[in-house]
Ligand binder design. Sequence first.
Ligand code: FES
Ligand code: FES
Length: 157
Amino acid sequence: MEVNLNVNGRNRSVTCRANATLVDVLREQLNLTGAHVGCDTSQCGACTVHLNGDAVKACTILAAQCDGQAILTIEGLSSADGHHPMQAAFKNCHALQCGFCTPGMIMSAIDLVQKNDDLTDAQIREQLEGNLCRCTGYQNIAAAVAEGASAMKEAGQ
Ligand code: FES
Ligand code: FES
């Protein structure tokens, strides 16, 4: 079947199986490999992207369900001005080790910050429980999300 998506601001048309997941279409047909597949069962969050501004686990949504919708992936975050403030915060805080969980963490963190003001450390940890880091670098990840939240606020995001 044909599915039309707006991905990172660009209209894309793909032909895929009716049961193709969004993450498979992004990775295998659009060559956007930033969303990772860690579990394929909605547990790890490595595949997180934004669907119309909301963080979703792209392994548990069909591409067909996204027909006509707007998708933002980690590849669409940077601009001509450089990294998104949340990306910069992860870099500043050394909030990644192998990096496998990082794109999903960042996409979830941005959604979290956009929907909540003045998050506490405990709230950040609780709200990101759907994103797992196999390297267990949660201290620095929580610090990065807090720094990224401040930077996003300053930037009016
Ligand atoms: S690959 Fe989607 S939640 Fe793990
Ligand atoms: S940095 Fe390795 S899985 Fe999180």
